[in-house]
Ligand binder design. Structure first.
Ligand code: SAM
Ligand code: SF4
Length: 419
């Protein structure tokens, strides 16, 4: 969640949603669960490549509402109460929450008791479905066996650890503060604490990373036996320390052909270890190990995003909260919605987003989402080796399913299908 907000229309102070959005929301849609995202905007230090909406203690100062962790938790509880008011305004009952995702920032800078308190409040205000997936992101250095056991006892079912790399010089370039072995150790501790689902995040293409460094990072991640791995190409975000270093010539920019090479190494290594891709940057041991919360985003589901800068989507309305924790807490303390703006998605925007997101899934994009020109482009993509011809000819439901080469060129395929 980058620390920039889109343009949009003003959001109403009471957060109310149009009746049409609420009407479309109540009906349960299989594969598109209702989710809650909780954004925790705190980090111990800022990594030089990251432009997420997160603040260090020095950046926050002290004293103002929402600047302390306790103030943050109170504001989150107030937004949950607002969510209940908004979602029940039409007299209906919202479907129970099937997935919860605490992201950051560094959620595990909050004590397990504080995270557990927020989770209980979600259960009390919106209701949790039986077997709900409850994930927290965690920085390897911010968890230990006792905190992981406390998170498990509080109802968390999944941990996603930011490992990034096993190469000390790559971690140093990324400004990561943990030692190379700490992430894998934390993954093992999470398993020992009873987490069935443990994911590791990796980044490839960091300046100075060699092919062997990347292979060693993948091997180190796999040695910890995660059931899920996310591998992202390093994005040089404008305004970050990394972008400034590259602009000054202090570091080389990541090169496209190197990134493609690293992706192929990742796919081959992870597949050989039994993890299959289910989204371009995500691999899981089995379908049950895929991140249900993220699948909800990618399949156009509904979710309420709680916290500073969090985005939400309900029934075709998307909105986003003010970025700064103080502004966020002040709005809620005044009894107002923290939404900074919103947009009503028209059919064209929804269709384009569907193409962009579902094309990245291994399930593929149903061909009937495309117009005639898009279908012709899909056939061309298959002829060019970018889409799987068998999936396109599937009598049960033709789909555009990217090949490995297609995954490397996913953005170009989206442009061709949506043109
Ligand atoms: C926002 S972080 C939150 C997790 C946690 N704070 C951490 O860093 O370990 C989620 C993931 O986004 C990825 N990420 C953040 N900035 C990125 C960038 N500029 N390029 C690629 N991946 C990035 C990292 O892999 C990170 O683990
Ligand atoms: S710890 Fe995670 S969220 Fe915080 S600055 Fe680093 S990458 Fe960004």
């Amino acid at each position: 969640m980058p620390a920039r907000l889109p343009d949009g229309d003003p959001a109403p102070a009471d957060g109310a949603l149009p009746a049409a959005a609420l009407a479309g929301f109540g009906s349960h849609r299989p594969g598109r669960p209702f989710g809650v995202y909780v954004h925790v905007p705190f980090c111990a230090t800022r990594c030089g490549y990251c432009d997420f909406n997160t603040y260090t203690a020095a950046e926050l100062g002290s004293g103002a509402p929402g600047r302390t962790r306790a103030g943050y938790v109170e504001a989150v509880l107030a937004e949950l109460a607002l969510a209940r008011r908004v979602l029940t305004a039409g007299g209906g009952t919202p479907p129970p929450v099937e997935t919860v995702f605490f992201g950051g920032g560094t959620p595990t800078l909050l004590a397990p008791e504080e995270l557990g308190r927020i989770l209980r409040a979600i259960e009390e205000t919106l209701g949790l479905a039986p077997g709900a997936e409850v994930t927290t992101e965690a920085n390897p250095e911010s968890v230990d066996p006792a905190s992981l056991a406390a998170l498990r006892a509080a109802g968390f079912t999944r941990v996603s650890l930011g490992m990034q790399s096993a190469a000390p010089h790559v971690l140093a370039t990324l400004d990561r503060v943990h030692t190379p072995g700490r992430a894998a150790a934390a993954a093992r501790e999470a398993r020992a604490a009873g987490f069935a689902h443990v994911s590791l995040d990796l980044i490839y293409g960091t300046p100075g990373e060699s092919g062997d460094d990347w292979r060693a990072s993948l091997d180190a991640a796999l040695a910890a036996e995660p059931d899920h791995v996310s591998a992202y190409a390093l994005i040089v975000e404008p305004g970050t320390r990394l972008a400034a270093q590259i602009a000054r010539g202090g570091l080389p920019a990541p090169e496209d052909d190197v990134l493609a090479d690293r992706y192929e190494i990742a796919d081959a290594t992870l597949s050989a270890a039994g993890l299959r891709w289910y989204e371009v940057s995500n691999w899981a041991q089995s379908a049950q190990d895929a991140c249900r919360h993220n699948l909800g985003y990618w399949r156009g589901g509904d979710w309420w995003g709680i916290g500073p800068g969090a985005h939400s989507h309900v029934g075709g309305v998307r909105w986003w909260n003010v970025l700064h924790p103080s502004a966020y807490a002040a709005r809620l303390a005044a009894g107002e919605s923290p939404a900074a703006g919103r947009e009503l998605l028209d059919d064209g925007t929804r269709r384009l987003e569907r193409i962009m997101l579902e094309l990245r899934l291994a399930d593929g994009l149903p061909l009937d989402v495309l117009d005639d020109a898009g279908r012709a482009a899909a056939r061309q993509a298959a002829a060019d080796g970018l889409a799987d011809p068998a999936a396109l000819a599937d009598a049960a439901g033709p789909r555009v399913r990217l090949t490995l080469r297609g995954r490397l060129l996913a953005d170009a395929v989206v442009r061709a299908l949506a043109a």
